[in-house]
Design a protein around this ligand. Sequence first.
Ligand SMILES: *[C@@H]1O[C@H](CO)[C@@H](O)[C@H](O)[C@H]1NC(C)=O
Ligand SMILES: [Zn+2]
Length: 295
Amino acid sequence: MVLHGFGSEAIATFNDMRHAGIEPDEVSFISVLSACVHSGLVDEGLRFFNIMRYECKIEPKLEHYVCMVNLLSRSGSLSKAYRFIEMMPIAPNSTIWRALLSSCRIHHDVKFAEKVAEHLFELEPENKGSYLLLANVYAEAEKWEEVKKLRDKIRVKNNQGCSWIEIKGKVNIFTAAGNAHPQAKKIESLLKKLRLKMEEEGHCPKIRYALIDEDEMENEVALCGHSEQLAMAFGILSLPRGKTVIQVTKNLRVCSECHEMAKFISRKARKEILLRDSNRFHHFKDGHCSCRGFW
Ligand SMILES: *[C@@H]1O[C@H](CO)[C@@H](O)[C@H](O)[C@H]1NC(C)=O
Ligand SMILES: [Zn+2]
């Protein structure tokens, strides 16, 4: 393995230096520890860390601890890494906790990830990256309820998406939270039925969160709240007899899940949906959209 070669090389250079009588400083320890991280050389890393502390009498800095936490946790020793942090004589910063959380993701340890995330949320309540990371841990474990809860938490910190629909001259506004509407129960139950049917027909709603990235989190996709789904469902429920066109407006870009849902409704419920989002106009009919998937 190339990385392994690189690690061995860095270590060999380090050893050569020492044999030549050159005393390593804290920077050379950072390089050699990083090399161990990249090559997964856990025992060597621990050995160097101890040499630094006890032979060279260099007090480890945060940078060294970041390396050690990465080293231990990536190899799967999550609790060891956790204990390592607890025993640090200096206060761990968020980079250290995030390193551990990333490893929890790699090793699919949801319980541990939650525990670690708590530290991050406390240290940096405004940092969306931590929520994002935990959301991905949940998503990869297919814990969609938890993903949703987290997204709701973040949504509060963000601009809300909202959609509106005019029915009989009255504008009905739906936000992500959604349950403010007097018909919220009916709307939810209709959406549930629709989603179930979609699943039966092989639309896989799970895909939607499988890759949550920063962009999506920043944008409306992950944060959609699917207010347009609420508006569309309300449209179906309150459309006057004989009318088949539902007209919905959204303040943000429509998300792909809602886009799928609109196509589905147009086919299943035989309704035309005119959806104006922040980008363009979508006309859904017979299971197709005028945007042909480009928006
Ligand atoms: C935490 O400390 C490390 C090492 O000093 C530094 O590289 C990193 O930027 C710090 N993280 C934060 C969020 O300040
Ligand atoms: Zn949506």
